[in-house]
Design a protein around this ligand. Structure first.
Ligand code: SF4
Ligand code: SF4
Length: 144
């Protein structure tokens, strides 16, 4: 089993009867997943909707999503893309060691970190690691 960190952005649609249950708490407690709620629209006794980033191991992510589905929640991946705030980036190079697709890489001629958005797989690793939050995750509003 892989213990490598895994992160995905998902949309959750709750049926009215499950909106009040402590599912987020259970995700952390039973599956060791951390979550970051990006958008939420939860009304008591009505269908709820939430977009969150789930992080943990790939296996825990799979188990956590299965758990949510067993509670009657519709779980779908959310389209999103990563961009860089060019004014914030200080070209420290931290993200280049983590970027699996090499979309972020050191340009040996300029000694600056280049970002090739076409190669980016939107895995979010750089968003978490960047000390000045120069890497920005944007959710596609048409995908939820
Ligand atoms: S970690 Fe952030 S500041 Fe450092 S090079 Fe990457 S994007 Fe720029
Ligand atoms: S989101 Fe992932 S693939 Fe894209 S630049 Fe960041 S680390 Fe690289």
């Amino acid at each position: 089993m892989s213990t490598q960190e895994y992160s995905r952005i998902v949309s959750l649609r709750f049926p009215p009867q499950s909106s009040g249950q402590p599912m987020m708490y259970n995700l952390a407690r039973h599956f060791d997943l951390t979550f970051n709620i990006l958008q939420a629209n939860i009304n008591p006794r009505r269908e709820g909707h939430m977009i969150l980033e789930l992080s943990g191991t790939r296996e825990h992510y799979r188990q956590g999503v299965t758990y949510l589905q067993e509670q009657g929640i519709k779980v779908t991946p959310v389209a999103h893309e990563i961009s860089r705030n060019e004014e914030s980036c200080m070209h420290c190079g931290l993200c280049t060691a983590l970027c699996p697709s090499k979309a972020l890489h050191l340009n040996v001629e300029t000694r600056l970190v280049d970002f090739d958005q076409d190669k980016c797989t939107a895995c979010n690793m750089c968003v978490t690691v960047c000390p000045v939050r120069a890497m920005i995750m944007e959710v596609d509003p048409n995908s939820w």
